[in-house]
Every structure is written in C-alpha cells, then in structure tokens.
Write a protein that binds this ligand. Structure first.
Ligand code: ASP
Length: 605
C-alpha cells in the first residue's frame, strides 16, 4: 500500500503517529511561510501542513495544483487551539508533512470538484469520473452500497437464497419494449434483455427454493423520466406458501428498519398504512400518493348535479365527475398564480380550473364574501355547500376540475379524467406553499389493484401489473362478464409520491393462467409459443407463491433525498438513453452486423 491510513479516518487519538497518506489535492493555500493542502481520499479530507523547515516537501507542495495526486509522509499533530475545524471529522488534527511526492498531475477539471455548484448535466455526465469525485455524488454511491448490503444481510438472515438469473433470455412482458440482442449462432433469432426476472423467479419457486432474492438488473426500452432509466436495478424477491400479508409485512420490516439504519435522522412512521387502489385514487387522485400533506380530493359531483353552470352539469350528466381540493390560505392567490395552476391541470388534460375563494367561513359567508368566476351560475347556496364539504375556512381557496364521462371513461372509472390533474395540482400547491416535510419518509402499501385495464389504442384488456398476477378469489366470477371490476392480488409500495416497487401473488395453476391469457386476448397458440414453459411448469406441482420487486435506484434516491435516480447511479444514461462518456449507443462494424445476419435500414431524419 502507498498509504498507511486514509485521510478521512484520522482523529485526535492519532496525535503523534507517523503516517503515509495518498490522495487528491482538494484545496491548496499558500500562506508564504506555510503551505496548506487539504488532501482528499475516498474516506474524507485531512489538512496537511508544509512548514518552511521541510523544504523538499514544501517545494512539492508549491508545485501541486487542484486534483494532483500526492503521496505524503508526516506526523499527525493537534491543530493549534482556535484553528480547529468543526465541520471536518478530522478537524481537530492536521498532518505535518516531512516528505511529499507527486504521483500524477491533473488538468484543470471542467467544473469545481471541491464545491457544490450548479454544473451543466451534460458536462457532468461526460466527465462522470470527475463528477463522482464530488462529495454529494460520492456519498450517494456509498449510500447505495450500504442499502444493497443491508438488503442482502436482512434477507439472508431470513433464509432467502440469492440466485442469479439470465440476462440473455426470452421476452418477459412488463409493459415496455424489449432490448433485443441478435444471436450470431442462430441468425434471425434474438434474445431479449429481461424487463425483470419475473418468469425465472417463479420457476425457482417451482424448483423448490421457497425464498429467493436477487439484486437484479432490468432493461426496459421506454420513455425516460426522472425515475426511469433504460437499465435499472431491482431487489427481486419471491416466496412460496405465502399470502399477500406475509410479503407486505416482510417488506415493511425491511424498509422501516433499513430507513432507520441508513437515515436515522429522517422520520419513518411505521406500520405503513395499507390503502386500496380505489381509496388512494379517491383521496389522492393517484396510486402513488404523497401522504406528507393533506389537501385530499373532495367530490362535488352530487352537489353540482343540478347547477346552471353548464361545464359542471354536463360533466355530471355524461357520467363524469367534479372534484377539487381545498387550499389553506389560498384565497390570497393572485389571478396570475391561479392562471399558473390552471396551466398545470391543462397539461394533464383538464379543460380548465374553477376557483372559489372564501373570505369568511362557508357557513357564515355572505355572497360577497365568496369570490369565483362562476359564482353567479352556481349560486351562493351551492358555493357555500361546496366550501363546507371541502372543509374550507376563512381565507381558503377551493380549486375544482370537471371531467366529462364517456364510453371509455366507464371502464377507466368515471373520475379518470379529473384525477391525474388534481394529483398534479395537489403536489404543485403543496410545494408552492412549503407543505412538504422533506425529513419524513411516508411509506404506504397500495393494495387491491384492478386486474386489468382497458387499452384504448389496441382495443383490448391489458394486465395492470403483469399477466402472471392472480385475481381475488371472490372476484373470479366476474372475469369474463365484467373484467374491469375484478381486483387482483397485486400491491405496490409507495413513498412520498414515488412508486418504489410492485408485486403480486401469482397464478400457480395452468387452467387459471390460460383463463387470464384468454382474457388478455392471447390465443392458445401464442400462449404455447411464448409461455409454454411456464404453463408446463405449473403442471409439475407449482406451489402457491408471490413476490415483490422494489427499485433499488428509487429507494436510494429517496434515502439520499434526490429527485432524480441518475444522482444515485454511478454511470447513468441521459433522458435520450445515451451515455455521454463512452458515446453509447454507437454504430457497429458492418462485419459485426453481417455475422449476426442483420442489414440496416435506418430511417433518414
Ligand atoms: N416483475 C415485477 C416488476 O418488475 C415485480 C413483481 O411482480 O415481483 O414490476
């Protein structure tokens, strides 16, 4: 080793020790007589002082620049009283250098490494190895390793076996497009990178392992967002002879204890509430609610059934709904602020936003103490009732969205059109008013998802989770007559507005799997081709089983309090799925294409 100690490990107890250190020049200060270098390595920073008496070492120090790689030898000493640095764990001591050597020089980095500044993301990604030197990124990656270790220990202690599954596989449907890999040995044939190890983990249950997990890479070719990458990592787990509650309580214990272990400074209320999908949609307008604040949705549909305001009346008459939220203190919002909120709901397909401000509590409000562009149409009495139902007080603002029903809306639930808008509105207002407590992790489970949802474009039913998910026994009778009403045994874990993971109790009998495949419009022939191995496996004593798959990237982002998973992935891709550092994806040698029997027909821009 070129070093006896790590810079960041030295403490007052090391006073007097001779040490050898190696690391990067974080900062250099030349005080004429003395030169100070903050030397950084993977464990932290220590101050090294180069006094005039040590002229050779001092000469090296005066040559060194930011990010040079240095090796020094010296003695640990306490800092002079009054010069300690409380912000550094090593701040009580410094190292007095007696020898120094430049192990490598460095060009001036394209951005500051020793301070947290706003750097263009493309530049950060191109020089990711420099970006990762920065403290915040370094800590995020270390946190990620802690999370993964915690999970491994937790599950191993509970009798889980870690098993790897193939990356070159056949498609497993999770609702995204597959990444394909052409086979050279079988020209014209392709592997699909797994969207998840779903089929393999179920087959491991048939194989008798009973408790499996894997820190698994998954690949999905879909539109990218802050919480999506083309490749991402899941904690994939599966258990046999369990019911839904067994899995939820295991995952609850894992997440509650892990949160306390890695972020003891954050509050993680447990047990995690369990909300049905229907309840979550009704109260929050989404199946991944942010429960750190209130402003739950209020349903005005019945109240405005008879109103003269055509937008409300028509929405109700067509089977749609009229819903809203009550913003505490929102009566003070300006026209401009309300216009901005109107844009938020319009982006999610709402036609508009109706505001109703209360200068006095609804019960006592005279007509001129309520302000709304639609007051004269809905009338004072309906306005007061709306305020009352919404729980408004003096100074509050009720914001309302109306959505038409219609043919498809029936299948999707009559509120399908207003709820996404109200969910966005609720989150926007909460952020605007500072109602979001950053130091709380509000986990919840969402249960009783519908088994299927109607796919407008393809005119067929799609599995809401995936096609291996079982339905609730008591709803099975409806499966052919009213598929939309069938609840599944699928569940999600959510936290602070993020979907962290999904899972389900699976189908383990062939007839049942065939019935669901039929419902999804998959012919017997297609079923045999794509899932024949699963159907066959179910005939060899497949045990009842179920599992879960929380996302590691999202979990770490949550613990790191980052809003984009790229901040917790060492080498992520951009939102257009490119790697700016290595240049992937890139053209390949024509010979390589030939070898796999491919010819390109790239559409012109
Ligand atoms: N394979 C599922 C997913 O990736 C999770 C599961 O059902 O366990 O979402």
């Amino acid at each position: 080793m070129l070093k006896s100690d790590y810079c960041g490990d030295l403490r007052a107890a090391d006073d007097g020790r001779e040490v050898a250190l190696a690391g990067w020049v974080h900062r250099r200060r030349d005080h004429g007589g003395l030169i100070f270098i903050d030397l950084r390595d993977s464990r932290g920073i220590v101050q090294v002082v180069f006094p005039p008496e040590e002229s050779a070492a001092r000469a090296v120090a005066s040559e060194a620049r930011g990010e040079y790689v240095l090796r020094i030898e010296g003695r640990v000493q306490r800092r002079r009283p009054g010069t300690e640095n409380e912000r550094l764990p090593t701040g009580e001591i410094e190292v007095r250098a007696s020898r120094a050597e430049i192990l490598n020089t460095a060009k001036t980095p394209p951005f500051y490494i020793n301070e947290e500044s706003d750097v263009d993301e493309a530049l950060r990604l191109k020089y990711r190895y420099l970006d990762l030197r920065r403290e915040r990124m370094h800590e995020n990656i270390v946190l990620r390793a802690k999370v993964v270790k915690y999970i491994r220990d937790f599950l191993t202690e509970r009798g889980f076996t870690e098993i790897e599954t193939p990356v070159l596989a056949n498609p497993t449907p999770e609702g995204a497009r597959d990444y394909l890999v052409p086979s050279r040995i079988h020209p014209g044939n392709f592997y699909a990178l797994p969207q998840s190890p779903q089929q393999f983990k179920q087959l491991l249950m048939v194989a008798g392992f009973e408790r499996y997990f894997q820190i698994a890479r998954c690949y999905r070719d879909e539109d990218l967002r802050a919480d999506r990458q083309p490749e991402f990592t899941q904690l994939d787990l599966e258990m046999s002879f369990v019911e839904q509650e067994d899995i939820l309580s295991l995952v609850e214990e894992l997440y509650a204890s892990m949160a306390r272990a890695v972020r003891p400074d954050l509050e993680t209320p447990a047990p995690f509430p369990r909300l049905t999908y229907a309840e979550s949609m009704r109260r929050f307008g989404t199946d991944k609610p942010d429960m750190r604040f209130g402003m739950e949705l209020v349903d005005f549909t019945q109240l405005v059934r008879e109103t003269e305001f055509a937008v409300f009346r028509d929405a109700v008459a067509s089977g749609g709904s009229v819903e809203g939220i009550c913003v505490p203190g929102g009566a003070a919002f300006s026209r401009k602020e309300i216009d901005a909120l109107t844009d938020v709901v319009k982006q999610l397909g709402a036609k508009g936003l109706v505001s109703l401000a209360f200068a006095a509590a609804p019960d006592a409000a005279a007509d001129d103490e309520m302000r709304s562009p639609v007051l004269k149409f809905i009338g004072g009495d309906v306005a007061r009732s709306m305020g009352r139902v919404a729980g408004a007080g003096a100074g509050d603002l009720v914001l309302i969205v109306a959505g038409q029903g219609g043919l498809r809306a029936k299948e999707a639930g009559s509120a399908a059109r207003v709820r996404p808008a109200l969910d966005a509105l609720r989150r926007t207002v909460a952020a605007k008013l500072g109602m979001v407590d950053r130091d709380v992790l509000k986990f919840a489970f969402i249960v009783d998802f519908p088994l299927v949802e109607w796919n407008d474009d393809e005119e067929r039913w799609d599995a809401m989770h995936h096609l291996f998910t079982s339905a609730r026994d008591e709803d099975m009778a409806l499966i052919e007559s009213d598929p939309a009403a069938v609840r599944s045994n699928a569940y999600d874990i959510v936290c602070n507005g993020w979907e962290i993971g999904s899972g389900s109790i699976r189908i383990h009998r062939r007839e049942m799997q065939e019935r669901i495949l039929r419902l999804l419009g998959i012919t017997a022939e297609q079923a045999r081709q794509r899932f024949g191995h699963m159907l066959e496996a179910f005939e060899y004593g497949a045990p009842p089983h179920g599992g879960f798959a929380p996302g590691i990237d999202r979990t770490v982002a949550l613990f790191a309090q980052e809003s984009d998973i790229r901040e917790v992935i060492a080498f992520p891709k951009t939102k257009s799925a490119t790697d700016l550092m290595t240049g992937a994806p890139s053209p390949v040698d024509p010979a390589a294409l030939e070898a796999v029997g491919l010819q390109l027909r790239v559409p012109k821009e």
